[in-house]
Write a protein that binds this ligand. Structure first.
Ligand SMILES: [Zn+2]
Length: 75
């Protein structure tokens, strides 16, 4: 007997997973300006400097704008 998938067994809707975001990780954070940091994307090599970096941005990274273009259009 073939086993039914759990989604049909419990009559659950299959929720499609969101694709992973590509994150840029910080390469430099300096005391020259408040909250200044430089981020680099490991996938496309893009570099971005920002003056609004928080501690969470430094730890987690920020989403790469060019690698996530298709994600941004789909919402
Ligand atoms: Zn990128």
């Amino acid at each position: 007997m073939k086993q039914a998938p759990l989604s049909t067994l419990f009559n659950l809707a299959v929720i499609p997973r969101k694709p992973r975001r590509v994150m840029m990780h910080f390469t430099d954070a300096g005391p020259g300006h408040p909250n200044w940091a430089s981020f680099k994307c490991a996938k496309c090599g893009g570099v971005k400097e920002t003056h609004t970096a928080t501690n969470a941005d430094l730890k987690r990274g920020i989403p790469c704008s060019s690698c996530n273009e298709d994600l941004n259009t789909t919402g």
